[in-house]
Design a binder for this molecule. Structure first.
Ligand code: ADP
Length: 488
């Protein structure tokens, strides 16, 4: 496949570093390859930034910070609004580009464009609602005033699974709050972020506010930038292991941190649930993004009275999905991101089957080029199976059963993670009890899709801290200054 059809969105000279408003090659002209996951071929090459390049990007962000923080909120909001309109107008191109570098189907990529772009619209509206407060001290006399200010230059490290939305979710609030930024996109999918930079520049974002350093040297770059006391904030989406490294590195200069890390989402189906609706929801919660989402249902906990019915219906739906290249018509499920991903999913399935799980459908990688795995449903998954503890990140639904509500809650909470969770029941009292008892940042009731730019997205425990989207999202990018005033 070639990138010809998206060359207007991502010209050749934009497969580069974007620093201070200029596109330029890496320090020693080095490049790295971006692969097409549908066949493993090379799509294109991109500049491979060095540590010195990353420092140049931080220099640009620092230089732009002063004026950017003083740019009127309405102006910042309108840049985001113009970018929102531009992305909506170019949704097809963005979707195709994302499908090519990441593998997801074009239809699914269009869904991500719509979802990801909403962060720009939402934060264009939030930019003008940043406000402090004025109050009388409880004892009378002095007046307490608070001022909100941008935290300052930020580092964003993003993953490959949602190349657009994981960018807009951080860029939107940062622009709205008046922060400048250096972005290190995932090395598998740097192209969408570079295209996004082009659109933001055309929308009037001043030079130096947003800088992009594609690189294969993530560890050295993050270490060097976090060792720099001019960097004030790190926002990361990715694995818990890397998140812990970045939090440790933040200690030196006490940078603010937002961490959107791994998940191990339970999908609980009670005996009173509408089983067909639960199967519909399961298809979304499991198969969105081929299961490569931190919100993906990882453990299906189904009441023993309805488990066979649920597994048979889910198996029929999963088994009927067509697997193939994301740009081809009629394809439901694209490839996984790379060879390592396929090997990881295969190993988890083999381990579960060796432990006694029954394969309802799928259970292996199809014989073909590219990084594919067949949609799979496993029943009677033992609680000792590795995939009960670990994120599968692939199209595998692992079903275990439970007998009582207490057991379902205890098993759902028995994980180090706490990001998304899903509950199917028609009982209102149970809904309230269970939603309150789940140790998760997000609970979906009778729905397999919870992400919404107007809602606070984020987790607890090893899933991290901080929230993206909603009213909370912008707070991650603001500092509060308190001013004590005497009574008049
Ligand atoms: P995954 O295994 O799904 O790729 P990672 O957490 O390894 O998840 O990757 C998410 C992002 O973190 C990617 O952009 C990757 O390059 C980056 N990354 C990996 N290691 C580091 C590190 N030590 N410092 C900064 N970024 C890193």
């Amino acid at each position: 496949m070639s990138l010809d059809r998206v060359s207007a969105l991502l010209p050749d000279d934009h497969r580069a570093l974007y620093i201070g408003g200029r596109w330029r090659p890496a320090e020693h002209q080095e490049t790295f390859e971006v692969l097409d996951p549908a066949d493993g071929s090379v799509l294109t090459t991109v500049a491979d930034g060095t540590v010195a390049d990353a420092v140049a990007a931080l220099d640009a962000a620092v230089a732009a910070q002063h004026d950017w923080a003083r740019t009127p909120p309405r102006e910042r909001g309108e840049i985001l609004r113009r970018a929102f309109e531009a992305i909506a107008a170019r949704a097809e191109e963005f979707a195709l580009l994302m499908s090519l570098e990441m593998g997801k189907t074009v239809a699914e990529a269009k869904g991500e464009v719509a979802y990801g772009n909403e962060f720009f619209r939402w934060f264009s509206e939030e930019a003008v609602r940043i406000h402090g407060r004025w109050m009388q001290a409880p004892a009378g006399g002095s007046r307490l005033l608070t001022i909100k200010k941008p935290v300052g230059p930020c580092l964003f490290v993003t993953p490959w699974n949602f190349p657009l939305a994981m960018g807009t979710r951080k860029i939107g609030p940062a622009v709205a709050a008046g922060c400048t930024m250096v972005i290190k996109p995932a090395e598998q999918t740097p192209l969408t972020m570079l295209a996004l930079a082009g659109v933001l520049a055309e929308s009037g974002l001043p030079d130096g506010v947003l800088n992009i350093v594609p690189t294969t040297r993530a560890a050295e770059v993050s270490k060097r930038l976090q060792d720099d006391d001019r960097l004030r904030k790190v926002s990361f989406t990715g694995s818990t292991g890397v998140g812990k490294i970045l939090v440790r590195q933040s200690a030196e200069n006490l940078q603010r941190v937002s961490m959107e890390l791994g998940g191990n989402a339970p999908f609980i189906v009670f005996e009173d649930a509408d089983v067909d609706a639960a199967v519909d929801g399961a298809m979304v919660a499991k198969m969105r993004n081929m299961g490569e989402a931190c919100t993906a249902a990882n453990r299906f906990l189904v009441h023993e009275a309805v488990a066979e019915e649920f597994a048979a219906k889910l198996g029929a739906r999963m088994g009927a999905l067509s697997v193939g290249r994301g740009q081809d018509d009629g394809v439901d499920v694209g490839p996984l991101i790379d060879e390592k991903a396929v090997a990881g999913v295969s190993a988890l399935v083999e381990d579960a089957v060796a432990g006694g799980a029954r394969v309802v459908t799928g259970g292996s990688a199809p014989e073909r080029a590219g990084f594919f795995y067949s949609p799979t449903v496993l029943l009677d998954v033992p609680s000792s199976a590795k995939l009960v503890r670990q994120e599968i990140f692939g199209p595998v639904a692992a079903i275990g059963t439970f007998a009582t509500e207490e057991e379902a809650i205890a098993r759902a909470n028995d994980t180090e993670y706490g990001l998304a969770s899903y509950v199917y029941t028609r009982d209102l009292a149970r809904t309230i009890r269970v939603a309150e008892a789940l140790d998760y940042g997000m609970v979906g009731i009778n729905s397999g899709l919870i992400s919404n730019p107007a809602a606070p997205f984020g987790g607890v425990k090893s899933s991290g801290f901080g929230r993206e989207g909603g009213f909370e999202g912008i707070e991650e990018f603001l500092e509060t200054t308190y001013v004590a005033l005497p009574a008049g």
